[in-house]
Design a protein around this ligand. Structure first.
Ligand code: BES
Ligand code: MG
Ligand code: ZN
Length: 487
């Protein structure tokens, strides 16, 4: 499958080309037929008739009105609100790709202006949306390839800022590739994407940049990864600790990205009541690591990254780890297993202490589809947890700037005793029902000794039924890394 190697269909997006090469020309108009952007100029003497035609067809916002324009290529108007924002421009970009692919147009021209935004921002948002709508995963037997290949952004303000717009298009394209990779990985079914296939994806990153190194350990009982090994004990898939190193600038402060990579989560002996449908996406955290690193690598970003993924399958069977077991984690902490369905935190526990000890990063993130409580409490907004308020504020700012939804949640002291165990150092789940997303974060913090640490629970944010189809947070992380983690 091409998606596994990251070989994606990439649109060729350009600024300031004359429209005649396109098979579909798009202008923007209001429901009243008013031509926005440079649409009236573009239509020239036909503008009046076009306005009348659109108005008479009584369109709603979002409609596509095909215009009868003899002597021209196919022309249509997309009906939009008079003002546009970064978010609506991104959505417009997605709409254009879907429209072109559904109608077999290989090239489109979009007549566009800046709506009071900077030209590079407009180019970036449109491009991200257009690219993101490509490479949709379908395993239907009659699935169709993307046909759209070229997009021309045509308009005065973009042409006069073409250097900045072109650079923004390139960055946005690279950013979208990371999000597409994340979406694809989350959507792939568990019989296609096992732990070895996740490793293959990581190894695939090497071909994009010589500064990428990938290594792997097969984690088994007796290797001192007692928490992670227990979760994968029964599975016939190897539990893999995957390390991806990207030294875009060896002198930049090292940032660690740790991801939960549960290729499937049945719940284990505490079996999920629905058997686990939807849990193919339980490697979303590792997909976010891979997506972020893929984009950073494509951008040749001057950052220094270590990605660590715990790729495991939480399965059932006679040798499955059991409730009541006491495990010894890599850092010596003993853990009473109170629920085998709280497996992600066990995998992350060993990955976090390993990453901190081996690499001494200046900061460390974990990304994980960790708790149903995060979904109940915050929906599609991802709760983020850190005792370092500056770190948290910087991440929240990055998320806001990138259009990803997060909320900084406090790990209140009163919750801490709920993890106390009578037999071991800690339980893996709290007693009581309060704040399960927060008690999970408190648990993870027991495995980080001194590094500024940020946990991001993406259980709700990376839901495949959400607007990103599973993709979340790659734009936020790129914004964070380019703002705070460059050399
Ligand atoms: N992978 C799940 C969390 C999850 C739930 C992700 C819904 C996406 C959607 C995780 O491993 C899990 O099962 N968590 C348990 C923890 C509980 C046993 C304390 C949960 O949230 O129910
Ligand atoms: Mg679970
Ligand atoms: Zn899980």
């Amino acid at each position: 499958m091409t998606t596994l190697s990251g070989d994606m269909n990439v649109l060729d997006v350009r600024v300031g080309k004359v429209a005649t090469a396109a098979t579909l020309q798009i202008v923007l108009a209001t429901t009243a037929g008013k031509l926005l952007s440079n649409g009236a100029d573009y239509m020239g003497s036909e503008a009046k008739n076009v306005t009348k035609f659109i108005k008479e067809s009584r369109p709603s916002v979002g409609d596509v009105v095909h215009l009868p324009m003899p002597g021209r290529a196919k022309v249509c108007a997309i009906i939009v609100a008079e003002t546009q924002t970064e978010a609506t421009l991104e959505a417009l970009g997605e709409k254009i790709t879907k429209l072109a692919n559904s109608k077999d147009y290989t090239a489109v021209t979009l007549v566009i202006e800046t709506f009071g935004l900077n030209a590079d921002v407009v180019a970036a948002k449109l491009t991200y949306g257009m690219q993101f709508a490509t490479n949709a995963l379908s395993m239907k037997s009659d699935a169709k390839q993307d046909v759209l290949k070229k997009v021309y952004l045509y308009g005065e303000e973009l042409t006069s800022n073409s250097a900045a717009a072109t650079a923004a298009i390139e960055d946005a394209t690279h950013n979208a590739m990371g999000s597409i990779l994340m979406r694809t990985l989350i959507q792939l079914p568990p019989n296609v994407l096992g732990t070895r296939q996740l490793l293959a994806v990581a190894q695939g990153l090497k071909k994009y940049n010589k500064d990428v190194k990938v290594s792997v350990k097969v984690v088994k009982d007796g290797m001192n990864f007692g928490a992670m090994a227990a979760v994968g004990r029964v599975s016939n898939q190897d539990s893999l600790l995957i390390e991806i190193r990207y030294e875009g600038d060896a002198n930049a402060p090292l940032t660690a990205l740790v991801g939960k990579g549960l290729v499937f989560d049945t719940g284990g002996i505490n079996l999920k009541s629905n058997g686990g449908t939807g849990m193919k996406g339980d490697m979303g955290g590792s997909a976010m690591v891979l997506g972020t690193m893929f984009s950073a690598i494509l951008r040749k970003e001057k950052v220094n990254l270590i990605g660590v993924i715990g790729a495991v399958c939480n399965d059932i069977g006679p040798d499955a780890y059991r409730p009541d077991e006491v495990l010894t984690a890599r850092n010596g902490t003993t853990i009473e297993v109170t629920n085998t369905d709280a497996e992600g935190r066990l995998v992350l526990a060993d990955c976090l202490s390993y990453t901190e000890e081996k690499y001494s990063p200046v900061r460390m993130f974990s990304f994980a589809t960790l708790t149903g409580a995060a979904v109940v409490a915050h929906g599609r907004r991802a709760p983020v947890f850190s005792d370092d308020d500056t770190f948290a504020a910087d991440l929240v700012d990055s998320a806001n700037a990138a259009g990803d939804m997060v909320a900084h949640v406090i790990m209140d002291d009163y919750l801490k005793p709920s993890l106390n165990s009578s037999i071991a150092d800690t339980r893996n789940t709290s007693t009581g029902r309060m704040c399960g997303h927060t008690t999970a974060a408190i648990f993870l913090n027991k495995f980080v000794a001194k590094t500024p640490y940020m946990h991001v629970d993406i259980a709700g944010a990376s839901d495949i039924n959400g607007p990103g189809g599973g993709a979340f947070g790659v734009p936020m992380m790129l914004r964070y890394l380019t703002t705070y983690a460059r050399g």
